[in-house]
Each structure stands twice: as C-alpha cells, then as structure tokens.
Write a protein that binds this ligand. Structure first.
Ligand SMILES: [Zn+2]
Length: 364
C-alpha cells in the first residue's frame, strides 16, 4: 500500500477545499508514492509522537493539527516544529494533517463530539458560503437520464436530505460542425437545430472537477455546452460548529457533570448558569469563539468549545451559557474518528492510535 492510497481516500471524503484559508492541511512531509509500513494517529505531532511512530514501525503519522502552519525559514532545531520536521525527515516518517477540512465536515470533529454528548437533530451552526456552483448542461433528450445518473453518482444534485435533484427545461439547440468536427448528430458544414434539455444541478465546489469529468465521459456531444455559475447560497451540511438537541432535557448542573465525565475535563470555565435546564446545545471542537454569535442567534442554551478569552465570555450577553472545556479535551475523540475511517477501508493494515497525551495544558 502507498501513502496516496490513504491520502486520496481521506481527501475524497474530506476534500482539502473545505479547509480554512489560514490552514495547511495535506501531506506536510513525505512522498505520495512512498510505500506504507504502518500508520500512527495523533491529535498533535510532537517529537515523542515521531519516536512512537518509529518504535511502532509506522512511516506515516496522520494528525489533526498540522505541524507547520506558517512559512519556515530555518530548520535548526530551535522550535518544536523544526525538531519534529528534522526527526521526521531523518527517519523518513511522512506527516499528514487533516484539520479544518475535518472540522467543517458534517461527519467530522463536531459530529463525533455531538455523539459523545448525546445530541440529535444536528445542524451545522455556521454553514459555509460560496462553496456551491450551479452546473447547467445542454443535452439531447434521450441522453439525459444516463448523463444525470452519472452526475448524481459523482456528487451533483444533493440538497440537504435529498439526492438526485435537478431541474429540466426543453428548448432548441443549434450548431454547425466545421471540417475538423466529428459530430454525433448532423453533418459537416450543415447547421442543425435539435431538441435539447437544459439540466441544472447543484454541485459542491469540492466535487466540481469529478462532476465535470463524469459530464464529459457521459455526454454524447464532442463539445459539451455547459455553464458553471458561482452561487451565494450556503452549503447547509458543511461549515463550522454544530447545534443539536438533547434527547431529554437535563438540569444545567447535571449536564455540566456529564460534560466533565465525558471529556475527562479537569475544570470547565463557564459564564453564569442563566438556564436551569439544557435542551439545545451548540458545539465547536477547538477554538470556537468566532461562533459565539451564531450560537446565540440559533438559540442554543449552552455553547461548548475552548480557547475563550476573558472579554469573549462577556459576549454570552446573558442569552447563552458559554462553557470552555479545553482545546485538547474537546478534540480528543478526533483521533478515533480518523482511525475508524481508515480501519473501515483498509481493515488489514497496521494502524495504531497514539498512546501519548499531547495536551500541553495541565491543571493543578
Ligand atoms: Zn484544534
């Protein structure tokens, strides 16, 4: 098995285009054609993580947090990032990060947190904007079903809980093939007018190149007339944070106890407990202060996240309980999520969960 078998599988499921602009997901170090001996899964990569990979005969580390976020000018061992890279390069350990593309996915980091808490009726808290396009394809009527089937299979035409969605209108198309053309209908140098269907599909930008390949492979014409139109619609099933309901309301104190036990948190920092009972819960694994407004507007009783600064706690505005459970604590189950994804696909391959707790924050 090669590195690319694993990374292609992950990127098909969690496209790199879902990552935020500041992020640096993907293969940080290594070569896609490299043969794999084993994979170690970790939240962060420290020097100990690399040593653990070596000791477990793993030459790929898949981590949630990227080792390198910004440009490096030197690698002389003066920072942890430099030492991790140096150690990885010397021992030929490939590094792969799957970060905000996993955060923004409906079956990613936040879905796992929601499952652990026991939430249902899940929705994305802040859906991603401008990640959808409309594809309009002009096709002879009899060729439309096969084309649509191929496009649906490649990821076009999904809206929320509905699949295989399109809109069709019938009209007349005309064209005149030149000497170099090999038309499927009509003849060289003769203008032809024929009945065509205009079919419209929603396509996530992340799937566009796959959908276009399917379109070209399943359309009878040599030149496929089509439009790709950027949309301002938001993609309801992709984006930051999640919000859901508890199966049964819990008293606020017992809910906080439930959080402490589930995430094995030393301490929860929270704003005033303005509600006696918790029904609606917003979550964001990792640093989530940018979603406080969204949690309030979506009428969450409590927002569970981490890395809230002093002044940001005031943004609860007596309309929300903010609970900071710690960054590592909130994302700790991500490693299992990645492990299970790969295990399902490559069941016989050597996969290891890290035994190292990389949380740099300790509680006294
Ligand atoms: Zn994080």
């Amino acid at each position: 098995m090669l590195i690319k078998n694993v990374t292609d599988f992950l990127e098909e499921k969690y496209p790199l285009s879902l990552q935020e602009s500041y992020d640096n997901c993907g293969l940080t170090y290594g070569h896609k054609e490299q043969k794999l001996s084993g994979i170690l899964f970790a939240l962060d990569v420290t020097e100990n993580t690399v040593k653990e990979a070596i000791s477990k005969n793993c030459n790929l580390i898949i981590s949630h947090h990227p080792v390198v976020f910004k440009g490096l000018k030197k690698i002389n061992g003066s920072t942890m990032t430099e030492r991790v890279l140096e150690l990885s390069i010397k021992n030929n350990i490939a590094l792969y990060a799957i970060h905000t593309n996993l955060d923004n996915h409906k079956n990613g980091v936040n879905k796992r947190i929601a499952d652990k808490i026991g939430l249902s009726q899940l929705k994305i808290l802040s859906p991603k904007n401008e990640t959808l396009v409309k594809l309009c394809v002009f096709v002879p009527e009899d060729a439309e079903p096969a084309l649509s089937n191929a496009l649906f299979k490649s990821g076009a035409g999904a809206i929320g809980n509905y699949s295989e969605c399109n809109f069709k209108s019938i009209g007349k198309g005309s064209f005149k093939p030149n000497l170099n053309a090999t038309p499927s209908v009509g003849a060289i140098n003769k203008k032809i007018e024929t009945t065509e269907v205009k079919v419209e599909y929603l396509v996530p930008l992340a799937r566009l190149s796959i959908v276009l390949n399917a379109m070209n492979a399943n359309h009878p014409y040599e030149e496929v007339a089509h439009d790709i139109i950027p949309l301002l619609n938001s993609q309801q099933d992709m984006g930051s944070g999640m919000i859901g309901e508890l199966q049964e309301p819990m008293t606020t104190r017992s809910f906080l106890k439930h959080l402490k036990a589930t995430f094995n948190v030393g301490v929860i920092k929270h704003t005033a407990l303005i509600y006696d009972e918790i029904n609606t819960v917003a979550i964001c694994g990792g640093s989530g202060s940018f979603l406080i407004d969204a949690a309030r507007k979506n009428k969450a009783d409590i927002f569970i996240t981490s890395d809230i600064k002093y002044h940001e706690f005031f943004d609860a505005n007596n309309e929300l309980i903010i609970a900071d459970i710690g960054h590592w604590e909130s994302e700790q189950f991500t490693v299992n999520l990645l492990y299970e994804n790969i295990k399902e696909k490559f069941s016989k391959f050597a996969l290891h969960l890290t035994e190292e707790n990389t949380n740099p924050v300790k509680y006294f």
